[in-house]
Design a protein around this ligand. Structure first.
Ligand code: ZN
Length: 280
């Protein structure tokens, strides 16, 4: 293609933010922090390496995902515990908060609900920021590793990709068949994963996660949640996924219940208030 005469001028136009988020309701972080201080642990689930597990968190409880034993990334799905059709919407979360999320940002639910499902209250990797490659941690840009893409690109039949792990975990956790469960598995929050896009080719990249045992990501559940977490077969995602080659470790999920009244004034967010008439 020949460049038009004003190509440089067109390329030099400054970008504008698609969704300025200064009108998003601000989460009451001071209230959450105070409530967390007196909270007691009420449940825990150890997610085995190269496998997934479900967990339940009531609205107003906290849940923490921790690295234990070794550097490991996790693929997180969230559903409304009372309606699996309301699920995490990574694309809209990305549009609202950017490519990666951290403390004070939220995981938003699918249409027609579009409300906060969980708010990040603590991120021990918050110091990482954006590295010189453009990489950052906890992305909402990847999808989830899956056996279909592996089959498309390499003709493989691998059964412990996050997509399959999440499918088995949801089938078990919600009492569904594999076929039914698979329909509800969706694009994830890539917990602890360090990713970005190359500047020269625009390709999705991953690099060794900076997570170390003891690091954690903690959330307040804004609605009643059913979660599923997969300890990705990519391990720390320094080389490859969709195989058993990488060193993999478990991930720990813990649930904490605040003292009664500790969230005084807080309410589980309502469904989105758009009237759904769609112009008709
Ligand atoms: Zn994975």
């Amino acid at each position: 293609m020949t460049k038009p005469a004003d190509a440089a001028a067109r390329q030099a136009i400054e970008p504008v933010i698609c969704y300025p988020n200064d009108t998003l309701p601000t989460p009451p972080m001071a209230l959450y922090d105070a409530a967390r201080k007196g909270a007691k642990k009420v449940a825990e689930v150890l997610v085995p390496a190269r496998d997934a597990a479900c967990f339940r968190v009531a609205a107003g409880q906290f849940f923490r995902i921790s690295s234990v034993e070794g550097s490991q990334v996790g693929d997180l799905n969230l559903w409304n515990a009372n309606d699996l059709c309301e699920k995490f919407y990574s694309g809209k979360t990305r549009a609202l908060h950017g490519t990666h999320i951290t403390t004070g940002e939220r995981m938003w639910s699918s249409f027609p609900h579009l409300r906060p499902m969980a708010t990040v209250t603590t991120d021990t990797l918050g110091w990482y920021g954006i590295d010189p490659y453009g990489g950052s941690v906890h992305d909402v840009i990847g999808t989830r590793c899956d056996p279909y893409t592996g089959n498309l690109l390499a003709g493989t039949q691998y059964h412990h990709c996050c997509h399959s792990n999440l499918t088995r975990a949801l089938a078990f956790g919600a009492g569904l068949s594999l076929v039914e469960a698979e329909k509800h598995v969706h694009d994830v929050l890539n917990v602890f994963m360090c990713t970005g896009f190359t500047r020269d080719t625009g390709q999705y990249f991953m690099k060794a996660s900076p997570v170390r045992p003891g690091d954690y990501l903690e959330f307040l559940a804004e609605i009643d949640l059913l979660g599923a977490l997969s300890a990705c077969p990519g391990g720390d995602c320094s080389s490859e996924h969709s195989s058993d080659m990488a060193a993999c470790f478990p991930l720990l999920v813990e649930v904490f219940e605040p003292e009664p009244g500790a969230l005084e004034g807080w309410q589980s967010p309502p469904h989105n208030q758009y009237d759904r008439s769609h112009g008709r």
